[in-house]
Design a protein around this ligand. Structure first.
Ligand code: SF4
Length: 397
């Protein structure tokens, strides 16, 4: 008798995962002709497949290409997260798909609603790790801030996510799924967004340490038969992974780039953003110059500078920053981000007057500077605050 879907690998790991409740990426057994299990294959997360990959996957199940197109539209255009909802597919096909694949793997654990309308979603991966996504409504355009890793290995001292350490990088499917979850919640399943949607890769994790996942996810998200959010509407922020900045400079279809500086000297940056010890400012700004040279019309490239009261926000810091960027001939826009305080981080945001003074020094030295308004601070959704916090009162899921 065949054992019904028993997966030895899963059961071996069950003890390890016992404190982690959500396991949806079931395995399927591969059997020999006499019914014995010869291997265990995890179910395929369909959101991780590009259109052509989905055609091959469905083709291997003996189904024609038009079925793959139907499934792709159901996943990415109608944003359905279960096979049962795909009622335009024959029942047998849905059952067949369910035995080898899954349309969704993220479980929404809680949803938090800020007084300013921002929403934060705390989700769990199939292996029980936290993933956070933020939806920021704006008058003309909404922004979805997605995570590229669960936790983060970089130890930026002003960031709450750093305290989680790296749990793992997210898969392309998990990145795509975050966008689907946020759009469905904001507009209703499959409903057309009322505004355009921008994406920012500024959630948990260092996107350039999940580079392959990121780039594949962005190509799936850009598909005109699906979500159709093109790279030109996406901005990705890095703490300074120099080889990936250089690599991005060679890519033609790419997101906009933001580089987080945090300090104007190596001495201070080594402390605030320890990645600087690997790639110091001269090397980072050299790569940024290379990227700037590769910019095409309409592309954006910005620096970000988190402002920490009495730490990196003096007039002298502003002059050092302006001189540094001018020395590298980088006339790039600088976004000033007042720090979002959160226990137990030891920092406080700079005062409004300090931020304005810092901004005018940059401008006087020829650098366009803007102040970013924090959003969703009250629900731990603002920049640097994503650390799977549960204190805020969750709104209804
Ligand atoms: S600021 Fe970004 S790169 Fe630095 S620790 Fe936080 S999530 Fe990681």
């Amino acid at each position: 008798m065949k054992s019904a879907g028993f997966c030895p690998t899963f059961h071996k790991l069950e003890g390890y995962f016992s404190s982690r409740k959500f396991i949806t990426l079931r395995c399927r057994p591969k059997r020999s002709s006499d019914g014995k299990i010869t291997a265990v294959i995890p179910r395929q997360h369909l959101l991780a497949l590009t259109g052509p990959e989905l055609v091959s996957f469905i083709g291997e199940l003996g189904e024609p290409a038009f079925r793959a197109r139907q499934v792709f539209a159901a996943l990415h255009h109608r944003r359905l997260r279960s096979f049962e909802e795909m009622t335009d597919l024959p029942k047998e096909l849905r059952a067949k798909l369910d035995s080898v694949a899954t349309p969704s793997t993220l479980n929404i654990e809680s949803r938090y609603l800020s007084a300013d309308g921002t929403r934060r979603y705390l989700m769990k991966t199939h292996d029980g790790l936290p993933v956070e996504t933020v939806f920021i409504p704006e008058e003309r355009r909404d922004t979805i801030c997605f995570s590229s890793q669960s936790g983060c290995p970089l130890q930026c001292s002003f960031c709450l996510t750093a305290q989680l350490g790296l749990l793992r990088s997210l898969t392309p499917g998990e990145i795509v799924e975050q966008v689907i979850v946020a759009l469905n919640d904001a507009y209703g399943v499959g409903q057309k967004p009322q505004h355009g949607t921008n994406l920012v890769g500024m959630g948990a994790g260092e996107p350039f340490l999940a580079f392959e996942s990121l780039m594949k996810a962005l190509s799936i998200i850009a598909d005109p038969n699906g979500l159709h959010i093109v790279p030109n509407r996406v901005t990705v922020s890095t703490a300074g992974i120099v080889p990936r900045i250089r690599e991005l400079a060679t890519v033609s279809e790419r997101p906009h780039l933001a580089v987080s500086l945090g300090a104007p000297t190596d001495e201070q940056r080594n402390v605030l953003m320890p990645i600087n010890r690997k790639w110091p400012l001269a090397e980072l700004l050299g790569a940024c110059k290379e990227f700037e040279r590769s910019l095409k019309r309409g592309e954006r490239f910005t620096f970000e500078y988190v402002m920490l009261r009495d730490v990196n926000d003096s007039d002298e810091h502003a002059r050092q920053l302006a001189n540094l960027l001018n020395r590298h001939e980088l006339r790039v826009k600088v976004n000033l981000i007042p720090h979002n305080a959160a226990e137990p981080l030891p920092y406080h945001p700079s005062s409004r007057g300090r931020v304005e003074s810092f901004k005018s020094i940059l401008e006087a030295k020829g650098l366009p500077a803007f102040v970013r308004r924090p959003r969703g601070q009250d629900i731990f959704a603002a920049c640097g605050q994503l650390a799977a916090r549960r204190e805020a009162n969750p709104a209804q899921v």
